[in-house]
Design a binder for this molecule. Sequence first.
Ligand code: PMP
Length: 390
Amino acid sequence: MTSTAASPLTPTFPSKLPQVGTTIFSVMSALAAEHDAVNLGQGFPDFECDPALVDAVTQAMKAGHNQYPPMPGIPALREAVASKIEATYGRKYCANAEITITSGATQAILTAILAIVHAGDEVIVLDPCYDSYAPNIELAGGIVVRVPLTPGTFRPDFSLIGGAISPRTRALIINSPHNPSATVWSAEDMLALQELLAPTNILLISDEVYEHMVFDGAEHQSTARFPGLAARAFVVSSFGKTFHVTGWKVGTVAAPAYLTAEFRKVHQFNVFTVNTPMQYGLAEYLKEPAPYLQLPAFYQAKRDLFREGLEGSRLKLLPNTGSYFQCVDTTNVSDLNESDFCQWLVREVGVAAIPLSAFYGDGFNQGVVRFCFAKKDETLHEAIRRLKKL
Ligand code: PMP
């Protein structure tokens, strides 16, 4: 590996992110490849997307849609997204002034944070949380305020969240369905949040990239459904998750015009535009709602296959009500901490997982690791075969 230490000729400077190293996802994926392990670590499908989507993008390229699109995204895609949100969650966003196409949810979240967080502003995140939130806040000069979800159940504790609010709180970031815990916020949770935030000026970033992975007949409680939340929120989603194309990096942000205007001020100098043929292809593909309407059943079947396969093993399954992740309690199998357990598992058993401690600011260890079941059935069967030996 090439050393990243500065040579004597390179001027040094204080790191913007001194605590940050290579993410656990890259580390585990590299280990998985090295040990020929089944990679249930990083969250991406190992199967192909719908060929019709690839055809739609190919058509767009052949039709000459290969130059810069409009800064906020092509109108056809923004209109398709606005219609989808209205049909799904009953809220009408103006395609022109309230929907922006982004380079994945990752850029959407960073851009929203850069647009609203001033130096010294506090932003509340709920631990465990997706690993980009805290560095994004720090890059904006903000202060990360971590509030734990309830250990064991991962439920939000609104009195704890309320207790963390200060006059300097600029924003709160929520994520349902939740990575990594695979829990989902109920309508009551959203109403409680709406009530908590009502007397405040706190903005909300609602990370809903797994919006179409809610199971057992339940509905996704999008922030868009709750007027008091939607009025203060950037609602973020990702086509990568919904259409099995994580490498395309195309996402969306829906936010009231006032927030969108500020978002776009940053967006135009941060990416300016998002690649054109993908946008045309996605706009065409969205004409048919079946692919995203069928997604819950598609992933529920994979969840059930994986859970049933591990039933009776010494790994204890935690509930999954949404997302494509399955958490397991490893304490019946080993005393190792989560990180060491994952290293051991990939080497000795040949299955890659992610330690939950990677999603906590303080590396909190509860003997729980996360598997991703967005995999071909045969991949899941092979992982089950190996894990059953434990
Ligand atoms: N938020 C969460 C909770 C995620 O799990 C992910 C992807 N792993 C993202 C955001 C990033 O999505 P994208 O690939 O569209 O940037």
